[in-house]
Structures are given as structure tokens and as C-alpha cells.
Design a binder for this molecule. Structure first.
Ligand code: CA
Length: 365
């Protein structure tokens, strides 16, 4: 078994491994793919080789290229290499890239229903979300929503439950949220607004400068591994968790529908299975790296990790239920998505005390 420090080195070197993968993909001999071979561009919402998110996207691109023996080569572009982080949806919709790796809740301005296919406040855990998408009718509803945009999407990784965020002052009561300028995406943003704060959404790469300049005074991003990489602990010492707002944080590979339909069946299967493989692998990487990163944050950087007070948590969940329920007003599809999701959630909540939730509570006794 590897030591913690060996593991740490492995995770810190993740970016280097990703770069090697990128080099391998781009050095594929050009003459061999000139005839009858397909080249796709994958744009992403992540900084280049960012741990887990960027490196996971690279694994998908490499897996498709490798499994198809170069018949379909996928070249990855980090945020701003081809388009900015929050423009990948339009890039794929308009066919400037064939696919992207991103988080569906970034597209809430396109449709308030997109967060259901990433994560919503007070919603499903990652395992429950996977179950809803794969076996609870979620994928069919997702396909219907995105067909309206000329898109198709597959689950493609995720972080699992995220931290509540970094704050420069303690959160001891609901009053402490008043006036807080916080970076938070998706429907959780509206909950922060209703708590009396001001929510701002920024791509990952722009959070640290905004914290440093005082444009925001609090932020969530992902969890110990990814948050350590950005160095938020240098600005904000109070780290609250778990968050109410991102219990699954599923990522997606968005695909241009016309490009998808033009693929032969075997290449479609390769793309689908490359996404499914990463959907299993990325959470494992997050789980492994978050544990040791939390230790580093506490022991080496003196970060104060806390729970939000109970009355604050209760109000967060009350407002979350209100905000999420309002999406059912988004036409017939909104009603059907909300209904399917809330039926699934009701059963998951009933099951919880006898499944992982119950086990983990028992384990902590
Ligand atoms: Ca987040």
C-alpha cells in the first residue's frame, strides 16, 4: 500500500499525466487519419489539466481515440483555448466543436431545467442521480430537453457531494449570510440570494482573482482536492461543509446531435462507453484525493473546517425546496422533469436511513 505522501505526489502529478495524454492524442500520425477518419473537438469548462475535471475530460478524449483505433480522434481544448468556459454549450450547439465536457447547471440561463441533469440544491446524491438517469427515466427526459437545442448528453464523471464553501467570516446565524457576495452556480445561487446574499457565477479559473480583489468575499468550488489546487485557504480561513447545493455534481459530455447521428453505431457505442467509464472513475479519484487533501488543508494550512449551524441548514433546505419546485412552472417538460425527479427523490429519502446514510451514521457512533 502506498503511503499518504506517495499518493499526494501522484495526485499533484495528475496534471502532468494529463499533459502526456494530450501529447499522445495530438501526435497521432496525420496521414493515417486523413481518409475516412473522423476528428472531433472537445471544448471544456475547465482550466488545462485541472485535477479530476480537466484530467477526466482528457481521459474520455483519449479513451475514444484509443478504443476506436484512431477512427474517431478527439482533441481536447481547455477553457479559453477555443472558447471561454461558459460558451461551450453554444460552441457545441452551433457545431464549432462536436462535443464538450462541462456541468449542465452552467446552462441555467438557457433553461432552468438543465440543473436537474447536474445537481440541484437539496437533491439526489451522486449514486441516486446515476440511478435516476440510467434507470429512473432521467436520460430520456434529458434527451428530450437537449433535442430542443440540437444536443445530446451523457453522464461523464462528477465530484460527489461538494463543500459548502469558503468564508472570510464565521457563519453563526442566518444574519451572517446577509450581504455576502458569493460565487455559486446553478439553482443554489437563488437560495443564496434568498438568504440575503448576492450570488455570482464565475468559471473556476476566475474565482481566485475575484476573491483576492474583493469582488466576492465567499466562494464554493468543489471540495478539498480542487479547492486546495486553487489555494482559496490563502484568502478565506473558514471552510464549511457539506454544502446543501451540490449533492451529486454530475458532469456531462455534450454532443452536437447532428455529429452524433452521423457517427456509425460502433463509434456511438465507444463514445457512450467512454463517458460511462469516466462516470465511474472520476468519483473514485475525487474520493481518494479529497481525503488526503482535507488532511493537508487542516494540518499544513490551518484551515478551520466547520458545519453550518442547524437553523441555517434547515433554512437552506427549505429555500432549496422552494426554488427547485418553481422549475415545474417551466412548461409541460418542466412539470414532467420535476415530477419524475421528485418521485425518485421521495423514494431515495425513504431508503436513505437503511442504505449508505444509515450505515455512515452507524459507523460514526
Ligand atoms: Ca461547485
Amino acid at each position: 500500500m502506498k503511503t499518504a505522501s506517495a499518493n499526494r505526489r501522484r495526485f499533484l502529478k495528475g496534471a502532468t499525466l494529463g499533459a502526456v495524454g494530450a501529447a499522445a492524442a495530438s501526435s497521432f500520425p496525420a496521414p493515417a487519419i486523413a481518409q475516412g477518419k473522423i476528428r472531433w473537438k472537445m471544448v471544456t469548462s475547465w482550466p488545462k489539466n485541472f485535477p479530476g475535471l480537466g484530467t477526466g475530460a482528457q481521459r474520455i478524449a483519449d479513451a475514444i481515440t484509443e478504443m476506436s483505433d484512431g477512427r474517431l480522434t478527439v482533441k481536447l481544448y481547455a477553457a479559453r483555448e477555443l472558447v471561454p468556459a461558459f460558451e461551450v454549450f453554444d460552441a457545441v450547439r452551433e457545431g464549432n466543436a462536436e462535443m464538450s465536457h462541462d456541468a449542465a447547471y452552467y446552462w441555467v440561463a438557457k433553461s432552468k431545467l438543465t440543473p436537474f441533469f447536474c445537481t440541484v440544491p437539496g437533491g439526489l446524491t451522486m449514486q441516486e442521480h446515476n440511478a435516476w438517469i440510467y434507470y429512473g427515466g432521467g436520460q430520456e427526459l434529458w434527451d428530450e430537453l437537449y433535442a430542443g437545442f440540437g444536443l445530446r448528453a451523457f453522464l461523464a464523471g462528477g465530484s460527489g457531494v461538494q463543500m459548502g464553501g469558503w468564508f472570510q467570516k464565521e457563519i453563526n446565524s442566518l444574519d451572517d449570510f446577509k450581504g455576502v457576495k458569493m460565487r455559486i452556480p446553478g439553482l443554489g445561487a437563488e437560495v443564496v440570494n434568498r438568504l440575503g446574499g448576492t450570488a455570482v457565477n464565475l468559471p473556476g479559473g476566475e474565482i481566485m482573482p475575484a476573491l483576492q480583489s474583493g469582488v466576492i468575499d465567499a466562494t464554493e468550488w468543489v471540495g478539498p482536492w480542487n479547492d486546495l489546487a486553487f489555494g482559496f485557504y490563502k484568502i478565506a480561513k473558514f471552510y464549511y461543509g457539506p454544502g446543501f447545493h451540490e449533492p451529486s455534481s454530475a458532469l456531462e459530455c455534450l454532443i452536437n446531435l447532428a455529429a452524433w447521428e452521423a457517427l456509425p453505431k460502433d463509434l456511438q457505442a465507444i463514445v457512450r462507453h467512454a463517458c460511462t467509464a469516466e462516470n465511474a472513475r472520476m468519483p473514485a479519484e475525487f474520493t481518494a484525493a479529497n481525503g488526503e487533501s482535507q488532511t493537508v488543508l487542516v494540518n499544513e494550512h490551518g484551515v478551520d473546517i466547520r458545519h453550518f449551524p442547524d437553523d441555517v441548514i434547515k433554512e437552506m433546505y427549505r429555500l432549496a425546496a422552494e426554488v427547485v419546485a418553481e422549475t415545474s412552472a417551466e412548461g409541460d417538460l418542466g412539470k414532467r422533469i420535476y415530477q419524475s425527479w421528485s418521485n425518485f427523490r421521495r423514494e431515495a429519502v425513504a431508503r436513505g436511513p437503511y442504505a449508505e446514510q444509515g450505515y455512515m451514521n452507524n459507523r460514526a457512533l
